[in-house]
Design a protein around this ligand. Structure first.
Ligand code: E4P
Length: 216
């Protein structure tokens, strides 16, 4: 199970990397927009250098020609870059062209198995399904991810499934079991995962015993 950090915040990224749990990083225009006053290229290059694994940078256009131009620019920033391309007909065309140019892609905002299979067929390195946004639509995220994973395995499809769009800790266990290869998780949720009240009370109890032992 790989875990990516769904953030463009350098301080958060450094902290999470120090835990030894970060296999990659994903960004999107909304995530970048939270980083007030930073230069986009500078920040992306800092992330690319920091992360020992794939880094997703998203295109900011719906135009095919502009997608290709942006993608080539981002791909030149580092060997670990993959370009996030929006799901859709134009996106599929872009992935097909980029794949032939050896540029890695992450087809984003997929909300169905059918979209994920098309993205993979077009040559996507990664296919991103959005857990909470699918649930917002009344879809069964577990079923969609499970079916997608089964189809990929049955047909030996090489694209990796990234699951994103998590809003609660309770999503994470279900998502880990769903069949996705990668979970990309925002910092506030990642920071809650190590914590458990019974773990804390147990450690406190052990330390208290140790203090008492040393009083004698
Ligand atoms: C990750 O690749 C996605 O861009 C991100 O997880 C989307 O999350 P959201 O649905 O909270 O915007």
């Amino acid at each position: 199970m790989k875990i990516f950090a769904d953030t463009a915040n350098l301080k958060d990224l450094k902290e999470l990397i120090s835990w030894g749990i970060v296999d990659g990083c994903t960004t999107n225009p909304s995530i970048v927009a939270k980083e007030k006053g930073v230069d986009f290229k500078t920040r992306m290059k800092e992330i690319i250098d920091l992360v020992d694994g794939p880094v997703s940078i998203e295109v900011t256009t719906n135009d095919l020609h502009e997608m290709i131009t942006e993608s080539k620019k981002y791909a030149a920033w580092g060997d670990n870059v993959n370009v996030k391309i929006p799901m859709g007909i134009t996106g599929l065309k872009a992935v097909n062209i980029l794949n032939k140019n050896d540029i890695k892609t992450n087809v984003t905002a997929c909300m169905s198995t059918k979209q994920a299979v098309l993205a993979a067929k077009a040559g996507a390195t990664f296919v991103s399904l959005f857990w909470a946004r699918m649930e917002d639509m009344g879809y069964n995220s577990e079923l969609i991810v499970g079916e997608t994973a089964e189809i990929f395995e049955r047909h030996n499809i090489k694209s990796e499934i990234i699951l994103g769009s998590f809003r609660q800790v309770s999503h994470i266990n279900r998502a880990m079991l769903s069949g996705a290869h990668i979970l990309t998780i925002p910092t506030p949720i990642l920071k809650k995962l190590p914590w458990n009240p019974r773990t804390k009370s147990t450690i406190d109890e052990f330390l208290k015993s140790w203090e008492e032992f040393n009083k004698n």
